[in-house]
Design a protein around this ligand. Structure first.
Ligand SMILES: Nc1ncnc2c1ncn2[C@@H]1O[C@H](COP(=O)(O)OP(=O)(O)OP(=O)(O)O)[C@@H](O)[C@H]1O
Ligand SMILES: [Mg+2]
Length: 524
């Protein structure tokens, strides 16, 4: 856990290091001894990477290991401090974002940043809009017809049923991520970097992405793929590079890895159980949702959650799970139905009401709802709990600091201190801050929407352990997750939704992958 300039135990790597992935024929990218420092953080410390053409190279490491930073250097977003990059035999110097694209390096970013007021087509072709001609006056005018029809063709190729003229604002996070994928693929790059491309999408769309990846591979394109999902790694990796604390740990063909070996290389220790679920006493009904409907979104949704119980909400993207959660949390209104908390009907008009009633929600969209990115780690953690630290008009800074420190330690958040601006933390560590913020409160019901999205295996099992801990303390937990292993591993009961309706409820024993998928696809 060193987020400071401290060095960890020396690892092999750096210049002259030989890996089983030979530097001979087929190596399209080689990064040597790459170093990058941010104020107070040595993000990359002599990191090396070798990628072969026509392969999927999975890059793994804990949250904050430096994966995204390495990729941002490769795609010209950050300047390199030290080290060398060779791409298709050419040494890359003074790489800029534009020159990286020009050389054929395209990147799907972990943190989505679509221009919300633009259409899908405008986003896909941002910065390289087709014009009426290459020269002369007409070259200044964007050919919108062509842009739309080219985008339509791309959407068709990926089986996505959206109009190119839809505004980004009207899309779900999952769809925005799909559009990011469309954009990266459409650039006809020879290296496509995918930084956690499936963090927001469900299994169906993942299958679509994997088909695209197979096509890209067949065309000789190299793919660098970053993910925290174990099943994905073993499904698509040809080669794997493991990094830790900005340093190279190991690289080998995927066939030489099993999950246990990979995890221990990543976290530097073995993890006994990925899903540390324990039986805890189940108490009275805390939440009961009765025939809840929101017009055009979901209908007649009913389920109950008892104290100490973890109820998994499963379903495909668009099934209406998040929408139900939003109503329970007071973000949206219901058109019919009743929500009861400890038997009493709830009339919520805002999340503030919900929080006052002991309901918390960890949202899937940490940027929009979970965090104030420009504020510090400490401020974000205590944001929802200001009352707790306030005596009269004053906020006890010392108490606030102690509580924040405790959460940082408990969740192993990688930050130099509580003053660090949240925007500068790695993606997974940002997600932990969202959790920390709520876990500090006095709660009856905790709604978790994709709680471990983008979180590394080690911290994931920490968060799962915490969930069990909160259940033991009598909290009722609703967990929405698109990861079936997480649903199966952590739920006492699984409620499955499809197209805005509950299609089934399964006990822990009944819940199998097949049963859930069958209910999630409408019971066919
Ligand atoms: N712009 C920045 N300013 C300051 N520190 C930064 C900045 N970007 C990244 N860092 C720090 O560099 C380290 C590596 O971050 P990076 O985002 O590369 O991690 P990661 O491996 O991609 O993690 P994750 O799995 O959570 O996405 C972290 O400690 C992070 O806080
Ligand atoms: Mg990252």
């Amino acid at each position: 856990m060193s987020a400071t300039l401290q060095k960890v135990a020396p690892l092999s790597g750096g210049e002259g290091h030989r890996t089983p992935i030979d530097s001979g024929a087929g190596v399209v990218l080689e990064m040597r001894s790459v170093t990058k420092a941010f104020p107070g953080v040595l993000a990359l410390d002599g990191m090396s990477l070798k990628v072969r053409a026509g392969t999927v190279h999975v890059l793994v490491g804990e949250n904050g290991a430096g994966k995204s930073t390495l990729m941002k250097i490769l795609s010209g977003i950050y300047a390199i401090d030290g080290g060398e990059i060779f791409f298709r035999g050419e040494k890359l110097d003074h790489q800029s974002a534009a020159s990286a694209l020009e050389r054929g390096i395209s990147m799907i970013h972990q943190e989505l940043s679509p221009v919300l007021d633009m259409t899908i087509a405008e986003n896909v072709f941002l910065g390289r809009e087709p014009t009426y001609s290459r020269t002369g006056v007409m070259s200044r005018f964007v050919d919108f017809d062509r842009m739309n029809s080219d985008t339509q063709a791309l959407l068709n190729r990926l089986d996505l049923k959206y109009s190119p003229q839809t505004k980004m604002r009207d899309l779900s996070i999952a769809t925005m991520q799909l559009i990011e994928i469309v954009k990266a693929i459409s650039r006809e790059a020879s290296l496509v970097i995918m930084d956690e491309p499936t963090s927001a999408i469900s299994d169906t769309e993942v299958a679509m992405l994997f088909r695209q990846i197979a096509d890209l591979k067949a065309a000789g394109v190299a793919i660098i793929y970053i993910t925290h999902k174990m099943d994905e790694i073993f499904q698509i990796a040809d080669d794997i590079t493991v990094m830790r604390d900005g340093q190279f740990v190991a690289a080998a063909p995927a066939s030489e890895y099993q999950p246990a070996k990979l995890i221990s290389q990543m976290v530097g220790r073995t993890i006994s159980s990925i899903f540390p679920k324990e039986e805890v006493p189940i108490g009275d009904i805390v939440l009961s949702v009765e025939n809840l409907s929101r017009d055009g979104v979901f209908e007649n949704v009913s389920f109950e959650v008892r104290a100490g119980e973890i109820v998994g909400l499963s379903g495909l993207i668009g099934a209406g799970r998040t929408e139900v959660a939003r109503v329970i949390f007071g973000l949206d209104g219901a058109d019919a139905g009743v929500i009861r908390l400890n038997g009493k009907p709830l009339k919520l008009t805002s999340p503030k009401d919900a929080i006052a009633n002991g309901i918390a929600m960890v949202s899937e969209d940490r940027k929009a709802e979970g965090l104030v990115l420009c504020r510090s780690v400490g401020e974000n953690i205590s944001l929802a709990n200001l009352k707790k630290f306030a005596s009269g008009l004053f906020i006890s800074e010392r108490q606030e600091e102690t509580a924040s420190q405790r959460m940082i330690k408990m969740l192993q958040i990688k930050t130099p201190d509580t003053a660090m601006i949240v925007e500068n933390l790695s993606g997974g560590n940002q997600q932990k801050i969202v959790l920390a913020k709520w876990l500090l409160g006095d709660l009856k019901l905790l709604i978790l929407d994709e709680p471990t999205r983008g979180i590394d295996v080690g911290s994931k099992s920490e968060i799962h352990r915490l969930m069990t801990e909160f259940a033991r303390q009598g909290l009722a937990i609703v967990m929405i997750s698109s990861e079936l292993p997480e649903i199966l591993g952590m739920s006492d009961r699984v409620v499955v939704m499809s197209e805005g309706r509950v299609t089934g409820e399964l006990t822990r024993n009944e819940a199998t992958q097949e049963n859930i998928i069958s209910l999630a696809t409408g019971g066919h």
